[in-house]
Design a protein around this ligand. Structure first.
Ligand code: SD4
Length: 289
């Protein structure tokens, strides 16, 4: 039985969803499509929150977090990766070539080089100039929405109906050195079950991690709830536990096994891409506030 493939991705990254959608239409697996799709943004120097050109931590280091899951429930992740643009590809190697799920820091960088990834400098002239400007005041204020420039989380369903997902980021700009967010944490930034569906999250990683939001969305869909309602319950769970929820953004998007999609967030301004049947469309998400 052939399934009409679906790709969804956080924020307004049309080139990434187009890449994945076209690959799926040509018969690629969900795993290959999701990896190649998010790699488009990792390589995009204008995107200051993913891959090369991402904003550094407050000590000037660009550190990347990413994870990937395949339809078999296998998972790979890296955190605090400093010398490779394609964190998601390193995460896939962790999944496929090691007995582990997650590698961090120097070990992750060494592993990437052993796997043949070339060592790169991730701080670009532009992100360095922004950082030097930030140093003048050293104000740490995560921006609520940075439309078009944010973490990319993507879910793909291929023509066999199999689901894969990925999430990749440079994390919050000017975070503390060593800080890791939700994006590489299986269950927080990404979770999927090939029998049920998948979810990815973006926004304030600390809130998403404390609520294991992507796992929650998938478990709600497992209980039979539609993706939209599942996303709403998960975001309202974050809101209920966060008296300061007016000050940050958190968003989840989800797709179930039938290809139905949901999206919900705290603040207005979040959108997501959907590629389906040759159409690549950006949708505004429903929001709480
Ligand atoms: C993090 N969730 O590191 C990421 C950042 C993000 O929209 O998604 N920003 O907390």
């Amino acid at each position: 039985m052939s399934f009409e493939p679906v790709t969804i991705a956080t924020w307004n990254f049309p080139n990434a969803s187009q890449k994945a959608g076209e690959m799926l239409a040509a018969g690629a697996s969900a795993l290959d499509a999701v990896e190649q799709g998010v790699m488009v943004e990792e390589a995009n120097l204008k995107n200051t929150t993913v891959g090369k050109g991402g904003r550094p931590d407050r000590d000037g280091n660009v550190t990347l977090d990413a994870c990937i899951m395949d339809p078999g429930g296998n998972a790979g992740a890296v955190a605090y990766l400093k010398n490779n643009t394609h964190a998601v590809a390193v995460a896939r190697k962790v999944m496929e070539e090691t007995p582990h799920v997650m590698l961090v820091g120097d070990g992750a960088d060494r592993f990437a080089q052993q796997m043949g990834f070339k060592k790169e400098e991730l701080l670009t002239d532009d992100s360095k100039a922004d950082y030097l400007k930030w140093l003048e005041k050293k104000e740490y204020k995560p921006l609520i929405n940075i439309e078009n420039h944010d973490t990319i989380g993507m879910l793909c369903i291929d023509s066999k109906g199999d689901i894969s997902g990925a999430c990749t980021t440079s994390g919050l700009s000017y975070k503390m050195n060593g800080r890791v967010g939700d994006s590489p944490i299986i269950g927080s930034g990404l979770f999927l079950d090939n029998e049920v569906g998948g979810a990815v999250a973006t926004g304030m990683g600390e809130a998403i991690m404390k609520n294991v939001s992507s796992f929650l969305v998938v478990e709600l869909m497992r209980q039979g709830k539609p993706p939209q309602e599942s996303c709403e319950i998960a975001i309202k769970r974050i809101i209920a536990g966060s008296p300061n929820h007016k000050d940050f953004q958190a968003a989840v998007i989800a797709v179930n096994k039938k290809g139905e999609v949901g999206s919900y967030c705290i603040q207005e301004g979040f959108s997501y891409m959907k590629y389906h049947g040759g159409k690549n469309v950006n949708f505004s998400s429903d929001f709480y506030l």
